[in-house]
Design a protein around this ligand. Structure first.
Ligand code: GLC
Length: 712
């Protein structure tokens, strides 16, 4: 398709229409309103509706075919609609929420999740997914940590690249793939006070060193779109931020894909106080480099006037339209406007056994054993009661799983019984409502499983919490078990790091997040030891919300509080220490691993050389299991203050009982560098600490020196 020739045939209204994204019910009134909010009363005329370029959300193949057919019948130019949706961690087969999946430290699971999601979503005629969400998150009050990949830039970019490749596959024209739209550009996870949509403000040095790596990794992996975030950056809303959308994206990163606003975020710049009205917003958007306007109508109502008056160059409109039409062409929509939509493929692929099995495998690696006094794995022939608000839950898909079917999920009781576990009592009622008879029954149990946590609407977009303790007095279940002297195992269903300080008296805590369609089957296999837990935290768990933000890769400050040293004038609180409850990288196994002395092949590194690091890990237990070993680095003196630790590698291996595995890592001078405020890599010679360990706190370290580059 010759896009430039096609553009020449379009009227200005038709060009502007290609930059409008609205919901499917605009085209067919009786369609279910899957998308809510302002979009439902935009007051668009039919003429503008049937010039739109893309659709936000669609229910299934039948609907997509109906909408596309109706649209093409009414369209003069016959340019097909492109269908986009939020396929974040599964379509109908739901995988663990991304925050949970990231605790697997297994990039291949992200590729699998994305590939399966694309196969299923494409059967509904969806062409683009608004994923991966790669916003770095350090504040557990923020509801959207649930869909992110945690606090570390290195882990983030490794997982991000795999998701983009999994969604897009090897050829976007082929059925079964989705174009990836990475989001939310930029630094949306740094909203002040963990309050969604709130102000983000940081130096460009921090922005590039700590927040931008995921977006860049997605683009390097070939992501075809990027979505702007609701927040300001440098005081300018990201949606009209020319530095982000043109200087960084186009000039520095050479991105030639499509930019899209978030829902209504172009119109919202009025609320930000950066435009008087939609007319001004339209000018700011197109000049900043925003292509598609999602769910608002600044462009479609005002761009024509601004171009005709000379305020906006037609060239700016043409370049945006070109990128949208190029994406449609690369997706093969001109050849087949109904690409992918097939009720037959829906029946064959959506929530099929193979996909459910893959979701279960992912879930098995995405839970974190936080504490265990040896009560786990469950011994056989134990009489067990399950209590707590989530004792009967099937709500395990978590936020951003629109097409998922919680009703088809299994309960923990059924999953455990299926494995032959003796579940004799199940109740989700409050502790204070137990009758004496019920308490007597509970006293007959050998142990209690306490199903605690948050419900699905306590995390996700706009669902922030000012405190991160277990809600609704759930800690009482742990105290109750203590009172009746019953061993207890806490299973947590939730979407953010929680303050668990008051439930450490439980005998074990298995952190199961929202593990998706096969959650309880996986939890049952983990509790019984059929599968050995291996997950490790990718967000720090604080002792108190008062410590937040608390993350492992922090700067040292000039007066660090050193554990065990009593120095009044250093950085600490009078009422709590600076240590997390569980550090980044923490996670237990039923096996036990002994780390040998780390080995470096050199302590002097020169440019164009590679440092090799090895450590032998022995499984000293009788149980086989995965062990994730992490490699960290610290730049001890640079032209800017550098974090006390930075993850620079990780490896996950299966180690049989009594077996020893050598974990090998490599670092080059590039890996020791940092970004300047333009995002360029700076490598400075000097001394570096190299560390390996089982988590960010338990590490062994050695010092190396990087020597000056010898200019040839
Ligand atoms: C929402 C979210 C964004 C999502 C979009 C479309 O407000 O911020 O992540 O992709 O709207 O649903």
């Amino acid at each position: 398709m010759n896009i430039n020739n096609l553009i020449k045939t379009l009227t200005i209204e038709e060009k502007i229409g290609q930059l409008l994204q609205i919901a499917p019910f605009f085209f067919i009134q009786e369609l279910e309103k899957e998308v809510s909010g302002n979009i439902t009363d935009l007051g668009l005329t039919a003429s503008k509706i049937f010039k739109a370029g893309s659709v936000l959300g669609i229910g299934n193949a039948t609907e997509m075919i109906q909408v596309q057919k109706r649209y093409l019948e009414k369209s003069r130019h016959k340019i097909p609609l492109i269908f986009m949706a939020d396929i974040i961690h599964g379509y109908q087969t739901i995988f663990p929420i991304p925050l949970a999946l990231s605790t697997s430290w297994n990039p291949s699971l992200f590729h699998t999740m994305a590939k399966v999601s694309a196969l299923e979503a494409s059967t509904a005629g969806i062409h683009v997914t608004f994923a991966p969400m790669v916003d770095i998150t350090r504040d557990p009050r923020w509801g959207r940590v649930v869909e992110g990949l945690g606090e570390d830039p290195y882990l983030n970019r490794i997982m991000t690249a795999q998701m983009v490749k999994g969604f897009q596959g090897d050829d976007l024209k082929k059925v079964g793939h989705l174009a990836s739209c990475v989001k939310h550009f930029a630094a949306y996870g740094a909203v002040e006070a963990g309050r969604d949509y709130n102000t983000v403000d940081m130096s460009r040095t921090r922005l590039f060193n700590e927040y931008m790596q995921g977006y860049h990794a997605a683009i390097q992996a070939g992501a075809r779109m990027i979505m702007t975030s609701f927040n300001v950056v440098d005081g300018v809303p990201a949606t009209v931020n020319k530095h982000l959308l043109r200087t960084v994206l186009r000039e520095t990163w050479k991105f030639d894909g499509v930019t899209i606003s978030d829902y209504d975020s172009l119109h919202q710049i009025i609320e930000h106080g950066v435009a008087e009205n939609d007319s001004e917003a339209a000018i700011l958007g197109i000049k900043a480099g925003l292509d598609i306007e999602m769910a608002s109508i600044c462009y479609v109502n005002y761009l024509k006037t601004h171009i005709e008056s000379g305020k906006v160059d037609m060239a700016l409109l043409d370049e945006a339209v070109y990128r949208v039409l190029k994406l449609k062409d690369d997706l093969g929509l001109f050849e087949d406007p109904y690409k992918g939509a097939s009720t037959l493929r829906e029946q064959a692929l959506v929530r099929c056994e193979d996909h459910l099995q893959k979701a279960k495998e992912a879930a098995l690696e995405s839970a974190v054993l936080l504490t265990n006094d040896g009560i786990l794995p469950l011994s056989k022939n134990k009489k067990i009661g399950i209590i707590g608000p989530y004792a009967k839950t099937k709500q395990t898909n978590g936020p951003w799983s629109w097409h998922g079917r919680n009703d088809l999920n299994q309960t923990l009781e059924d999953s455990l019984k299926h494995l032959g576990v003796d579940i004799l009592y199940v109740s989700d009622q409050k502790v204070e409502s137990y009758t004496d008879e019920e308490i007597n029954v509970l006293k007959q149990m050998d142990l209690l499983i306490l199903a605690l946590g948050e419900n699905e609407r306590e995390s996700g977009e706009a669902h922030n919490r000012s405190d991160i303790k277990l809600p609704r007095h759930q800690e009482e279940y742990v105290s109750f078990a203590k009172r009746i002297m019953k061993p207890s195992i806490v299973v947590l269903y939730h979407g953010r790091p929680l303050d668990l300080t008051n439930i450490l008296s439980a005998n074990a805590i298995l952190d199961a997040y929202f593990l998706g369609s096969m959650a309880n089957q996986a939890i049952a296999e983990l509790l019984t030891g059929i599968h050995n837990p291996s997950g490790k935290l990718t967000m720090t768990y604080p002792k108190s919300i008062g410590q937040v933000p608390l993350y492992y890769n922090h700067l040292n400050t000039g007066r660090p509080k050193v554990k065990g040293i009593d120095n009044e004038f250093t950085g600490y609180y009078l009422d709590i220490d600076n240590e997390p409850l569980f550090p980044f990288g923490h996670g237990l196994s039923y096996a036990s691993f002994f780390y040998g002395q780390m080995r470096l092949d050199r302590h002097d590194l020169h440019f164009h050389e590679t440092l090799k690091i090895e450590v032998d890990v022995t499984n000293t237990s009788e149980i086989d299991g995965h062990e994730i070993v992490q490699l960290y680095m610290r730049d001890l003196a640079a032209s800017i203050s550098r974090p006390v630790k930075e993850l620079k590698g990780f490896q996950k291996h299966w180690i049989k009982s009594k077996e020893t595995i050598t974990y090998s890592f490599q670092l080059t001078p590039d890996d020791l560098g940092f970004s300047d405020e333009q995002g360029h890599l700076i490598i400075e010679p000097g001394r570096f600490q190299i560390m390996v360990g089982k988590d960010s706190e338990h590490v062994q370290s050695e010092i190396i020196r990087l020597h000056e580059e010898v200019k040839s």
